[in-house]
Ligand binder design. Structure first.
Ligand code: NAD
Ligand code: TDX
Length: 351
């Protein structure tokens, strides 16, 4: 009998990469992708799997308990991996309510049904942002205190606590993974890296918050997927695993790396240092993240593979080869969000 994996939020950036990752590697599994297709969910990310008999898509919201229950009863999954969430910090500052609904109440539904249906393992995909912000030194370990600062990170920390409560109270076999900033194909262009590429292609200035010296710790999405796969296979129930590739960069360094890659691949684009514009800082902007991945490396033998210079180059190439994908996600909703967040009136021109 093939193992059945229920992936929630599988039409988003990391979820769709993870489904590809699993189906590329294992013949003896089937994947049920449950996703409500919010602005961030996109079935184009999985178009190549439409005819794969191992893949099923269900449109459903994790906040709708009866609908979710029907899916659990119908498919009887062995594993549940929850990627479904509102994922953008800036949107959580503009409108926190939906973050509490999807990221907390939705997770409660998944935990309850995982328990009722005696799921073998439930993995909650969390984030390094639950640990808050670092100063100039230090790294986040699994023992670092939770200190979330944005409505987004507070909602993710809440879900983590609820997930652990199901382990300690009900013995539900759960794991939590806390990964640093991901980059790669299919990332929605509200996030720094695809937004920078998009603006370079459009000849628009790249908006960098504050002084541009905030630090993020970058990991290629494939490395995140391989870490989740290791946890799915061998994680110890109740354990939290930090995931990161030890690639700390200031935002300015990252933007300049992308500009350099684009200059090489598209010398026709008019890119200079003036392509960057410093804009008002994000409220409560966390200064620095850095993940210590020693636990997952030592206990599960995981390690990241993709060097950031190569990963950024291949990611830029992917967006250049998939301009249609970028165009398809820039709709009225995106333009409205963009104009509110960046306080500008005019829409972006066509690519
Ligand atoms: P994303 O925004 O690209 O995708 C989220 C997906 O969840 C979308 O397909 C959306 O339609 C779906 N979704 C949202 N609310 C839903 C609901 N109520 N019911 C059903 N489906 C719903 O996000 P992402 O960047 O792929 O992140 C996936 C997960 O990984 C999130 O939980 C996020 O917190 C976590 N994470 C992301 C990063 C990162 O760098 N992007 C890093 C660490 C952890
Ligand atoms: O226009 C921008 N200008 C800018 O300077 C945007 C969108 C971002 N930034 C900065 C803010 C951050 O310091 O770039 C950095 C990265 O920003 P995002 O891409 O929005 O990611 P971040 O806020 O760090 O959160 C991401 O990583 C952790 C994901 O969105 C989360 O889902 C994940 O949990």
């Amino acid at each position: 009998m093939p193992r059945k994996v229920l992936v929630t939020g599988g039409a988003g950036f990391i979820g769709s990469n993870f489904i590809h990752y699993l189906l590329d590697r294992y013949d003896d599994i089937s994947v049920i992708n449950l996703d409500d297709l919010t602005y961030a969910g996109n079935l184009r990310n999985l178009a190549d799997l439409e005819k794969d008999p191992r893949y099923f898509f269900i449109r459903e919201n994790i906040c709708n308990f009866p609908g979710l229950q029907t899916v659990f009863k119908k498919f009887e999954p062995d594993y549940v991996i929850n990627f479904a969430a509102e994922s953008h910090v800036d949107r959580s500052i503009l409108d926190p309510d939906i973050f509490i609904r999807s990221n907390v109440l939705g997770v409660q539904n998944l935990l309850k049904l995982s328990l009722d249906c005696e799921i073998e393992r439930m993995i909650q995909i969390s984030t390094d942002e639950v640990y808050g912000s670092l100063g100039e030194s230090g790294v986040f370990t699994e023992k670092s205190p939770l200190d979330p600062r944005s409505p987004y990170s507070a909602s993710k920390a809440s879900a983590d606590l609820l997930t652990l409560a199901y382990y300690y109270t009900f013995n539900l076999p759960v794991n939590i993974t806390r990964c640093s900033n991901n980059y790669g194909p299919f990332q929605f262009p509200e996030k720094l890296i695809p937004l920078t590429i998009l603006h370079c292609l459009k000849g628009e200035k790249i908006p960098v918050y504050g002084d541009g010296l905030n630090i993020r710790d970058w990991i290629h999405v494939d490395d995140h997927c391989s870490a989740i796969d290791r946890v799915l296979t061998d994680g110890i129930p109740g354990e939290i695993y930090n995931v990161g590739a030890q690639n700390e960069m200031t935002n300015i360094e990252m933007v300049n790396t992308i500009i350099c890659a684009l200059k090489e691949l598209r010398p026709d684009l008019p890119l200079t240092e003036d392509s960057i514009v410093f804009v008002p800082d994000r409220k409560g902007h966390d200064r620095r993240y850095a993940i210590d991945p020693e636990k997952i490396q030592k206990t599960l033998g995981w390690k990241s593979r993709m060097p950031v210079s190569e990963g950024i180059k291949t990611t830029v190439e992917w967006y250049l080869n998939n301009v249609n994908w970028l165009e398809s996600v820039i709709n009225a909703e995106y333009l409205h969000y963009y104009s509110v967040n960046y306080r500008i009136g005019n829409p972006l021109p066509k690519l």
